[in-house]
Design a protein around this ligand. Structure first.
Ligand code: GDP
Length: 432
């Protein structure tokens, strides 16, 4: 989601403008210099496009003088945002305090929109035209308080935003795509056979669904699912089809085509390198993950002891995967599969509202700040969720974060928001 940053001296009406952009009717925040400001970025929409607005006014703790403060804001805005709104008071114009900021904004490659705020009437609007001289292009006369000119400003912001990425989130309605993978003999065919009874009837009854010929539509837990690339599982021509190399390619492409993967493991054996490779494929492809320990009917007390001790260690990289103990042969716990798939997919598509995300983050970094490194500690300014399926987050920071601290943030993020059954990607965008 693109970020729009609002820069300007105290008292030019940045908070009022932010409120106007997000369409929030609430008490107008007084723009008093020195007052701790709400740093939380907000989600906004205009003409069907979503973006995030941040008021950079809160980020000037070290600046002694006002000129340095606004220059610091501008710098952060340029580093983190896709579009910068530079706000001046139309009655006052740009002051020498703004100079440094204007210079750096003019040099930056980021689109900058000049907002002449407090343009409450046409007389002031005439005044505002003189702001052309700043070299930031056409001034947009706006009254954030009364709404005058805000539609034109929002249109200009939309024009300046980067091209909207093709929305993959609007997947066509139809069955969810599941990959059933695992090394030979873990019981994939056996499990598939459990679900295949009603299959033909289902294929006919789901009107208008186009399914790849190698896929199967099956009923699991009262719902139709598309099991991708089941052709290979059905054809039991003597031994497993093809070499291990082709089997592995096939597994990779099934995972790629799916939204959620069920990785079958054999509970009567140790977790092998091949099992680990398959698990890694799922994580790297960014798919939701359910691990099914099959052949649970073979597990006795001794074996259980091993499993309890070893499995957590073997799967320590993916503690978030949903785990099931089942038996394709006896049918034990097979009914748990559909709820697990639904849960993993729900996590995979979770979107955390920006305000909620940043409220949590502010509390986290306050309680546990980044360790000091060479006399300074990198700061996390704010975060946005860049996408779903899987959830992807971007942290905007003053400097690169230590790997350990980044893992800590991810762990805490999961504690707060769950994401059970889904990988989560976190990237850090340090300002340069
Ligand atoms: P695939 O290669 O992964 O498709 O594995 P298959 O479904 O062909 O199963 C391999 C072997 O394991 C067969 O002999 C199955 O009967 C057996 N098997 C599959 N699931 C179970 C299970 O839950 N319990 C037990 N005891 N055996 C199973």
């Amino acid at each position: 989601q693109p970020v729009v940053a609002v820069v300007g001296r105290p008292n030019v009406g940045k908070s009022t403008l932010v409120n106007r952009i997000i369409g929030r009717r609430q008490a107008v925040v007084e723009d008093i210099p020195g007052v701790t400001r709400d740093r939380v970025p907000y989600d906004a929409q205009w003409n069907g496009r979503s973006f995030t607005v941040v008021d950079t006014g809160g980020w000037e703790p070290d600046a002694r003088d006002r000129a340095a403060a606004i220059a610091a804001q501008a710098e952060i805005a340029v580093a983190t945002a896709d579009v910068v709104l530079f706000v001046v008071d139309a009655m006052v114009g740009s002051t020498d305090v703004d100079e440094a900021a204007v210079k750096m904004l003019r040099r930056s490659a980021k689109p900058v929109i000049l907002v002449a705020n407090k343009t409450d009437n046409t007389a002031i609007e005439m005044e505002a035209t003189s702001l052309w001289s700043l070299g930031l292009g056409e001034p947009y006369p706006v009254s954030a308080l009364h709404g005058r000119g805000s539609g034109e400003l929002l249109d200009a912001i939309m024009d300046a935003l980067p091209e909207a990425p093709k929305i993959v989130e609007n997947r066509p309605r139809g069955p969810r795509r599941v990959a059933l993978v695992g090394r030979p003999n873990v019981g994939k065919s056996s499990l598939l056979n459990r679900f295949s009874g009603e299959e033909r009837a289902v294929v006919d009854s789901v009107a208008g669904t186009t399914v790849d010929p190698v896929d199967s539509l099956v009923q699991i837990g009262g719902e139709t699912w598309q099991l991708v690339d089941t052709a290979g599982l059905r054809k039991r021509v003597g031994k497993a089809s093809g070499t291990e190399y082709y089997a592995s390619l096939r597994t990779a492409s099934a995972i790629e085509a799916a939204e959620v993967a069920v990785v079958l493991l054999d509970s009567s054996e140790v977790i092998s390198e091949q099992d680990q490779r398959i698990l890694s494929m799922v994580v790297e492809a960014g798919r939701a993950l359910v691990i099914a320990f099959n052949k649970w009917d073979l597990v006795d007390a001794d074996r259980r002891y091993y499993l309890d001790k070893e499995i957590d260690r073997e799967l320590r990289r993916i503690p978030w995967a949903i785990r099931l103990n089942l038996s394709a042969q006896t049918g034990r716990a097979v009914d748990k599969l559909a709820p697990a798939l639904r849960k993993a997919l729900a996590s995979w598509e979770t979107r955390v509202p920006t305000a909620q995300l940043n409220q949590w983050l502010t509390a986290l970094v306050q309680a546990t700040p980044h360790p000091v490194r060479g006399g300074r500690a990198p700061k996390i300014l704010f975060a946005t969720q860049a996408g779903v399926a899987p959830p992807r987050f971007v942290l905007f920071t003053t400097a690169p974060l230590d790997a350990g601290y980044q893992r800590f943030v991810e762990r805490k993020l999961r504690e707060e928001f769950g994401f059970e059954g889904s990988p989560v990607e976190i990237s850090v965008r340090p300002r340069k």
